[in-house]
Each structure stands twice: as structure tokens, then as C-alpha cells.
Design a protein around this ligand. Structure first.
Ligand code: HEC
Ligand code: HEC
Ligand code: HEC
Ligand code: HEC
Ligand code: HEC
Ligand code: HEC
Ligand code: HEC
Length: 713
């Protein structure tokens, strides 16, 4: 996959001249003075408008206070309002204060030093090589600020955004490391995918097809605010400003009018695994079926969830299944901060459907416990998919979440009672509390042992730690240490294998991954790597077996399936390859690369129409995919009549905003073949400007074509 560098994109600003006023997408910065002055030079245009998408239509939450002041004020207290904060909007935590502002994660090649003044930065100082420069990463924005759980920091390099690999853990009052590449360099940050911002803001100017390129942030569209649930409000605001007397709302979504499914989707936008796009990032609008925009991942185990996923688990509970009305907003007011001072508040929501006497446990419970419905039926649990490693190697989980699969959890009853009897002073209570502790310890040890057997290491770590809360035991400590060691070993072997692979020491890499699989059978990552390595060393049968296993053991990862397609493609079996690639594209529906490969298989099988469609889709996903532009040019010229090719070329040029030179050349050729010489000349003149401004290696081709099209004097 090819991406334009910043410089290339700037040189392509020439194209943007034609887009001014039409749309936001490629219009990098409305105020870019370059664009303004270039208008004067009047470069040649194309024979048609490069119209792009219309304005996103968001106005930002501050505008709402003009007419909904109270609503906006109370909303500012909610966690949604604070989901993404800029450095000047927060108080930095203790980890930025002298004495605590340094952290070296275990196994890390760098030490992190934090500072607030003169500007908040995180500096990565190399440990081994003291001559290597330190990397200073200014804090661009923060997640989790003020939540009292964990805070994550982000940085910007040019137009690229990155997530820093460390987080401040409020409960532990210490720094924790997020999974990082121990072979990495610099500040070990990882590119920030659009999904991450999609769940923590209303809209961000994401540059399509890139990993992590974004325009400047618009502060009033950051965090989860009004328009994320009510849709873009530009028209609504314009209408009501023009008609101040009108009391009936126009052009705005009132979620109460939605069906139950769409209401649930409103929250599921972010409270479920919406990390695989079916349509462009930031294109979902509330009120529409979420499945049209996302392939929502259903994970095999809860610890594989990308978020706490209240949506999925609520839907699995009988409360949801046997009622027609229950949605998130039955229990949560989206505009107000929950009342933490009233411990009974969250239990009230149950009483709208249940009489306490329907609870079979009530009669055996002490009076004071009877009302704690939530503690027993939605117990708090660690969501272990996110975990941090502290300086002393402990694995720490973020603040626990309330289980939304409302149900009957005997161990939760025991724990609720354990807490209550622990507060009583009489001997009988103390005695009973000990029995409860014993039972809880047995329960969690069993959970841990089972998890360990199936190598669900983080689940086992969490369960052993929980068991230890109910009583110290030498044996449990040993077990915990063993699992921590197993997890560490698995991680370090994976990283070692990757390193060997990068160094092209393929046989050693194979040895490492084979050993890892002995230790950790059915580990899909290792199977995938091994399959790829077998293929690279010519052991094709073994490769196919291994990749097949990998695709089975992680049915949400398209990698192994795509690799099987690639092997078929290399063996010149396009029909078989196509089956694999289509399967991979079902797993990952928004991949320009998979669509490009589908197109190539179709070309080899002679299905030109379908191939063209797949190329179009590839270019829609990543307008900068040069391979797809080249492929499309080739079939348009060779397999379509000029008349049929013209609309296709125009469509593709619009999708790619006139930035793909291959397509522009194809257009000129098609006009020429149709005898529309004026259009052909106009197109090639435009093409030359683009090719010159970005020093394209296709310039000679363009010049030749232009010469051929110029009438002899
Ligand atoms: C110029 C005034 C004005 C502005 C600015 C404004 N609204 Fe409204 N809005 C109204 C009026 C008037 C109504 C109808 C009366 C009511 O429900 O309060 C309304 C109603 C609504 C409703 C209820 C819809 C319904 O069908 O009952 C929602 C939701 C809403 N606005 C959202 C927003 C959001 C979000 C913003 C900011 C992005 C916003 N409004 C900005 C005037 C405005
Ligand atoms: C699919 C949506 C989604 C994605 C993607 C997502 N988040 Fe979140 N994030 C949430 C939700 C929802 C919460 C609220 C917590 C909950 O549900 O319990 C949250 C909470 C958080 C918090 C608050 C801390 C806490 O423990 O409460 C942090 C920090 C955070 N996310 C970081 C990230 C980072 C970093 C990324 C990207 C690398 C990311 N999130 C991607 C939905 C998402
Ligand atoms: C997390 C989603 C969410 C966010 C964010 C959100 N709303 Fe709402 N809003 C809803 C839902 C759901 C309803 C319908 C249920 C209800 O009436 O409480 C609603 C109803 C409304 C209504 C009509 C009912 C009423 O009480 O007047 C208005 C007006 C409104 N919202 C304005 C806003 C404004 C302004 C903001 C930002 C300050 C905002 N909303 C933020 C989900 C949201
Ligand atoms: C655009 C993404 C997004 C949407 C849509 C969204 N949420 Fe959230 N929600 C988040 C994030 C992110 C957080 C965590 C913010 C933080 O703590 O930093 C969160 C936090 C919460 C919390 C925890 C609040 C607290 O005080 O602890 C609740 C409850 C919640 N959301 C419910 C809902 C409901 C109900 C809806 C639908 C009406 C909804 N959310 C829609 C992203 C979203
Ligand atoms: C909108 C109505 C509604 C609300 C609100 C509601 N429930 Fe339910 N709940 C139901 C229905 C309906 C059933 C199924 C009853 C049946 O099948 O007999 C149910 C079943 C249950 C069960 C039995 C679960 C099982 O797996 O056997 C428990 C426990 C329960 N609810 C607890 C709660 C608690 C605690 C709350 C509050 C946090 C709550 N419910 C909120 C409607 C609701
Ligand atoms: C200390 C724990 C505890 C508390 C507090 C508690 N429950 Fe229960 N509840 C249970 C257990 C355990 C069961 C399973 C039945 C049994 O063991 O007799 C149950 C059963 C239920 C059922 C399912 C009945 C059926 O047979 O389908 C409902 C509904 C229910 N509880 C609702 C509530 C509500 C509402 C509250 C709060 C007013 C509440 N519970 C408080 C532990 C608790
Ligand atoms: C039957 C009531 C009920 C329903 C329905 C419900 N929740 Fe909750 N939720 C709770 C309770 C109770 C808590 C914990 C205490 C509190 O925050 O009030 C909670 C906590 C949360 C939190 C805070 C994170 C945490 O676990 O600490 C989020 C986020 C959340 N809910 C999201 C949702 C979403 C999204 C939906 C819909 C898919 C939903 N909830 C449906 C009752 C409910």
C-alpha cells in the first residue's frame, strides 16, 4: 500500500484548487494560504467537476447552548463530555510531578520522563545507546482525564497521530505500560487508527486510506457530545435561528422516535466492538442500522472484546430478551451524570419491572443487603482485555466494569454477603464471613485453573488475584507467579520471532515460533507467522496447514485467509484465490488491499466488469492505492470500449479527487479514442500539472501523450 507523504500531498494541493467550496474531504485546511493564492494562476481544469462529499454538517456542542442552555450545562458534567481532552483543559495527574515523573517499563529500550512545563511532553530516553537522541513527544490530547481510572496520552508528528505506550493508573497511583513493541525505537508510540477517535469524539478530519493521518482537531467536535447521538445539527440550527418562534423541532433526531434496535444502536456505536468498517470512518449517522456501517465483532471470549461491550451482554440477558422495551436509556440518562451520592439510584431501575419479592434470595438476605440488586445481578468484573504492566512486572487491569449480562451469579451473592458480614462485629458474623471467604477462594481458584489450562493467561491472572483477596495462600502465589511467567514467555518469544523475521533469519524465526506453539498450542498469531514463514521458505503444504489452523483459531483475523489466497494466486489458481480473498473481505470489509487482490483474481479469470467494480471499491477505501489505479487503467483501456470506459474513468477520478495520474492518463486516452479531442487535451493539460507538481515518474508518458494530442502547427 502506498501513501502520499506530507510533501507529496502539499504538492498535490493544485488539485484542491478545483475543490474549494465543494467539500471538506480533501480540502486540507480551509485557511491554507497556498490554496488561496494559487486560485489566481487559473490552472486548467478537467472537463467535469471534481465534486466531493458535502460538508459534514456538524456545528459543535457550544452552539446548542444558544437554545438548550440547561441541557448543555448539565451535560458538561458527564463522562461523555470528557472522553477526549486537550492539554489546556485538564489537570495533569501525579505522574507528571517531580519524583514520580519517570518510568521504565519492563523490557523497554527507553525510559519515559514526563514534564508539564513549559508544555506537557513525554520524553523517551534510550537506555542502552547513550548517543541515540531522546524523542520528545508533546501531549496532543488525553483520554480518561478526570475519570479517576486510567489516562492515556497521544502525540502528533506532522499530520500523523500516535498513542503513547504508557498510561497513568489512578487507582495504583503509578505508571503502567500498554503493550508495546520491545524491538521498537523512538518513543514506542503506535499509530492511532481512526476507530479509536471514532469512539471518543463526534468527528475528526481523517484522511481516507491512511493509517493515522488527520487534519487539525476541531475542539468542539472532540469528546462524545450532542451531535453524536442527535446527528449533524447544522440544518436544525439554521432553521430555528430563522424561525425563532417555532416550538416544533425541525431537522434533528429525537431518539425516542426510534425503534428499540436503532435506540440500542445509538449507544452501540461505541459500547460494542465497532472496529471493522463497512463504510468510511466517521460516516455512520444515528438512526441508521449500525450493521450497515460496521461489521460488529463477536468475540469468542470476553477478554477479546475491544471495549466493555455492554451492548452484547445486555442483549444476552433475560431482562432484554423477555422485555420489549428495555434499552440502555431505561437505566442511563444520556444527558446527566449519574448520582453517585445515592447508592440506591442504580437499583431503582430494576424496580420498574421487578418486585423485590420475585427475587428468590430476598428471604435469606439481611435487610440492608436486600436492595443491592445490582451488586448481585450485575457484579463488577475486571475487563481484562486491556491491561498494563507496572515497573515491577505486575499485570494491572483498568477499573472494573459492571456486568451487563444481568443474571444470577452465586459468587456475587457470596461476595456481597462477605462484605456485609465483614462489617459486623459479632462472632457468628465473623465466622460466617470466613466460610464465605473460603467458598469464594475455591470458586476463583477453580476459574483460574480452568483459564490457565486453556491458556487464557490474563483471565487466569485476574482470577488468581481475585482468589487471593479472599485469603493469602502460598500455593496461589506460586500459581500466579507461574502464569505471569508463562504470559511473559509467550510475549517475549513472539517478539523474538518477529525480530528474527525482520532480520530475515527465517530458519531461526521458524524455530522460535515452533517452540512457542509447543508452549502455547492453538495460538493463532504464532500459527499465522509460522504459516507465512513456511511459505517463504518453500514449505508450501505445511504453510497451508498452518494458515488453515490460524484462520480457524482466530476467525476475526483476515490475515491467514488472505495469505492462503495469495498462495493460490501465486500458483495461478485465480478462482481458488478469489474464494479466500472474498472470505477475508467478509472478515475485514473495509480493506483496499483485499479489494485490489479480488480485482486481480477477477482480471485473471476474465471477469472485467466485476474486476472494475472491485478496483472502484479499493479506490473508494483508499484513494491513494496506486496499484488499484494502475490495474483499473489497464482493464479500462484493454477490456472496455472507450464509450463504456468513460463513465468508469470519471467515477474513479472523482473518488480519487483527481490525484491518481494513471487514471488521468486513461481519461485523456479514452477521450482521444472517442474523438473528443478538446476534452482529451484539456485532461492531459490538467494531468501534466499534477504530474509536474508531484514529480511523478509518469511525467514522460504524460508529455508524450500531450505532444501527440497537440495539433501540428
Ligand atoms: C436557534 C435555536 C436552536 C439551536 C441553536 C439548537 N436547537 Fe435544538 N431545538 C430548538 C427548538 C426550538 C426545538 C423544539 C423545542 C424543544 O424541543 O425544545 C429544538 C429541539 C431539539 C431536539 C428535540 C427534537 C424533538 O423532535 O423533540 C433536539 C434533540 C435538539 N433540539 C438538539 C439540538 C442540538 C444537538 C443542538 C446543537 C448542535 C441544537 N439542538 C441547537 C432550537 C435550537
Ligand atoms: C468501539 C469503541 C471504542 C474504541 C475503538 C476505543 N474506545 Fe476507549 N472507550 C470506549 C468506551 C465505550 C469507554 C467507556 C468505558 C466502558 O465502556 O466501560 C472507553 C473508555 C476509555 C478510556 C477511559 C478509561 C477507563 O478505564 O474508563 C480510555 C483511557 C480509553 N477508552 C482509551 C482508548 C484508546 C487508547 C483507544 C484506541 C487505541 C480506544 N479507547 C478505543 C470505546 C472505545
Ligand atoms: C449519548 C447520546 C446522547 C448525547 C451525547 C446527547 N443526547 Fe440528547 N437525547 C438522547 C436520547 C437517547 C434522547 C431521548 C431520550 C430522552 O428524551 O431523554 C435525547 C433527547 C434530547 C432532547 C429532547 C428531549 C428533551 O429532554 O428535551 C434534547 C433537546 C436533547 N436530547 C438535546 C441534547 C443536547 C443539547 C445535547 C448535548 C449537550 C445532547 N442532547 C446530548 C441522547 C443523547
Ligand atoms: C461516540 C461514542 C459513544 C457513544 C455514541 C455513546 N458512548 Fe457512552 N461512553 C463513551 C466513552 C468513550 C465513555 C468513557 C468516557 C471516559 O470515561 O473518558 C463512555 C462512558 C459511558 C458511561 C459511563 C458514565 C460514567 O459516569 O461512568 C455510560 C453509562 C455510558 N457511556 C452510556 C452510554 C449510553 C446509554 C449511550 C447511548 C445513549 C452512549 N453511552 C453512547 C462513548 C460513547
Ligand atoms: C424493562 C424491564 C426490566 C428491567 C428494567 C429489568 N429487568 Fe430483569 N428481567 C426482565 C424480564 C422480562 C425478565 C425475564 C423474566 C422471566 O422470563 O420470567 C427478567 C429477568 C431477570 C432475572 C433472571 C435472570 C436469569 O437469567 O434467570 C434477573 C436476576 C433480573 N431480571 C434482575 C434484574 C435486575 C437486577 C435489574 C436492574 C439492574 C433488572 N432485572 C432490570 C425485565 C426487566
Ligand atoms: C445478595 C444477592 C442478591 C440481591 C441483593 C438480590 N438478589 Fe435477586 N437473586 C439472587 C440470587 C442468588 C437469585 C437466584 C434465586 C435463588 O438463589 O433463590 C436471585 C433471583 C432473582 C430473580 C430471578 C427470579 C426467577 O426465578 O426468575 C430476580 C428477578 C431477582 N433476583 C431480582 C432482584 C432484584 C430486583 C433485587 C433488588 C431489589 C435483587 N434481586 C436483589 C441474589 C440477589
Ligand atoms: C437494567 C439497567 C441497565 C441497563 C439496561 C444498562 N445499564 Fe449500564 N449500568 C447499569 C448500572 C446499574 C451500572 C453501574 C452503576 C452506575 O453507573 O449507575 C451501569 C454502568 C454502565 C457503564 C459504566 C461502566 C462501568 O461498568 O462501570 C457503562 C459504560 C454502561 N453502563 C453502558 C451501558 C450501555 C451501553 C447499555 C446498553 C447497551 C447499558 N449500560 C444498559 C445499569 C444498566
Amino acid at each position: 500500500m502506498l501513501h502520499f507523504s506530507r510533501r507529496q500531498r502539499l504538492c498535490l494541493a493544485i488539485v484542491a484548487v478545483f475543490l474549494i467550496g465543494v467539500g471538506y474531504r480533501w480540502l486540507p485546511r480551509k485557511t491554507d494560504p497556498n490554496l488561496q493564492t494559487r486560485t489566481d494562476s487559473e490552472p486548467a481544469g478537467l472537463p467535469f467537476d471534481l465534486e466531493s462529499e458535502t460538508d459534514h454538517g456538524y456545528v459543535g456542542w457550544a452552539v446548542c447552548s444558544e437554545c438548550h442552555r440547561g441541557r448543555v450545562e448539565e451535560f458538561q458534567e458527564t463522562r461523555h463530555f470528557h472522553a477526549l481532552k486537550l492539554p489546556d483543559q485538564v489537570k495533569f495527574p501525579g505522574g507528571f510531578e517531580p519524583g514520580r515523573n519517570s518510568f521504565t517499563p519492563p523490557g523497554s529500550p527507553v525510559r519515559f520522563d514526563m514534564a508539564i512545563a513549559p508544555a506537557p511532553v513525554i520524553t523517551a530516553v534510550p537506555l542502552a545507546d547513550s548517543t541515540a537522541p531522546a524523542v520528545v513527544s508533546p501531549v496532543e490530547f488525553i483520554y480518561g482525564a478526570g475519570a479517576g481510572t486510567d489516562e492515556v496520552y497521544f502525540t502528533r508528528k506532522g499530520d500523523q497521530l500516535f498513542e503513547m505506550p504508557i498510561a497513568w493508573l489512578h487507582h495504583q497511583e503509578q505508571w503502567g505500560a500498554v503493550q508495546f513493541d520491545s524491538n521498537g525505537s523512538g518513543d514506542l508510540s503506535r499509530p492511532l487508527a481512526p476507530q479509536c477517535l471514532e469512539c471518543h469524539s463526534v468527528w475528526v478530519d481523517y484522511i481516507p486510506g491512511t493509517h493515522n493521518q488527520y487534519g487539525p482537531l476541531e475542539p468542539e467536535l472532540l469528546s462524545v457530545t450532542c451531535e453524536r447521538c442527535h446527528g449533524p445539527a447544522n440544518e436544525h440550527v439554521t432553521h430555528h435561528r430563522l424561525h425563532p418562534g417555532e416550538t416544533v423541532a425541525a431537522h434533528i433526531l429525537q431518539p425516542n422516535t426510534l425503534s428499540r434496535d436503532r435506540k440500542t444502536d445509538l449507544c452501540a456505536q461505541c459500547h460494542t466492538n465497532t472496529v471493522r468498517h463497512r463504510s468510511a470512518p466517521f460516516s455512520y449517522r444515528p438512526g441508521k442500522p449500525l450493521e450497515e456501517s460496521f461489521r460488529i465483532l463477536a468475540m469468542h471470549f470476553p477478554e477479546e472484546d475491544r471495549v466493555a461491550n455492554q451492548t452484547r451482554y445486555l442483549k444476552e440477558s433475560r431482562c432484554f430478551q423477555n422485555s420489549d422495551t428495555l434499552t440502555c436509556i431505561t437505566c442511563h440518562d444520556p444527558h446527566r451524570k449519574p448520582d453517585r451520592n445515592d447508592p440506591g439510584a442504580s437499583n431503582q431501575s430494576c424496580r420498574s419491572c421487578h418486585q423485590p419479592e420475585h427475587c428468590g434470595a430476598q428471604t435469606r438476605l439481611p435487610d440492608a443487603v436486600q436492595g443491592q440488586c445490582v451488586n448481585c445481578h450485575m457484579p463488577q468484573r475486571n475487563k481484562v482485555q486491556v491491561n498494563f504492566e507496572t515497573a515491577d512486572g505486575d499485570i494491572v487491569f483498568p477499573a472494573p466494569r459492571w456486568e451487563h449480562r444481568i443474571g444470577i451469579y452465586p459468587e456475587a451473592e457470596q461476595e456481597t454477603l462477605w462484605k456485609w458480614y465483614g462489617k459486623q462485629s459479632d462472632d457468628a458474623s465473623k465466622q460466617y464471613q470466613l466460610q464465605l471467604a473460603e467458598a469464594l477462594s475455591v470458586h476463583w481458584t477453580h476459574v483460574a485453573d480452568e483459564a490457565r489450562k486453556s491458556r487464557r493467561y490474563v483471565v487466569a491472572i485476574d482470577a488468581y488475584c481475585t482468589a487471593l483477596r479472599f485469603g493469602e495462600s502460598e500455593e496461589l502465589r506460586t500459581h500466579l507467579a507461574e502464569v505471569l511467567e508463562q504470559k511473559r514467555q509467550s510475549k517475549s518469544m513472539t517478539s523474538q520471532g518477529m525480530k528474527l523475521k525482520r532480520q530475515r533469519r527465517l530458519d531461526e524465526a521458524i524455530g522460535t515460533f515452533e517452540a512457542l506453539l509447543k508452549l502455547h498450542p492453538e495460538f493463532a498469531t504464532a500459527e499465522f507467522e509460522l504459516g507465512t514463514l513456511y511459505a517463504a521458505t518453500g514449505r508450501l503444504d505445511e504453510a497451508v496447514n498452518m494458515l488453515t489452523l490460524a484462520s480457524r483459531h482466530d476467525s476475526n483475523d483476515p490475515g491467514a485467509t488472505a495469505m492462503l489466497g495469495w498462495l493460490e494466486f501465486l500458483a495461478d489458481r485465480p478462482a481458488e484465490a478469489l474464494i479466500y480473498y472474498r472470505r477475508a473481505a467478509e472478515i475485514e470489509p473495509w480493506s483496499d488491499h483485499l479489494e485490489q487482490m479480488i480485482a486481480q483474481c477477477l482480471v485473471r479469470s476474465g471477469s472485467w466488469e466485476d474486476a472494475a467494480q472491485a478496483y472502484h471499491r479499493s479506490l473508494t477505501i483508499d484513494p491513494q492505492n496506486v496499484e488499484s489505479a494502475r490495474g483499473l487503467r489497464q482493464i479500462l483501456r484493454e477490456r472496455f470500449s472507450a464509450a463504456d470506459a468513460l463513465p468508469q474513468a470519471i467515477q474513479a477520478i472523482k473518488v480519487t479527487q483527481g490525484r491518481q495520474i494513471e487514471l488521468l492518463i486513461a481519461l485523456a486516452e479514452i477521450y482521444r479514442d472517442l474523438g473528443q479531442l478538446a476534452e482529451a487535451r484539456q485532461s492531459i493539460a490538467f494531468t501534466r500539472q499534477v504530474a509536474e507538481s508531484c514529480h511523478s515518474e509518469l511525467l514522460p508518458q504524460v508529455l508524450t501523450l500531450e505532444r501527440n494530442l497537440t495539433p501540428a502547427k
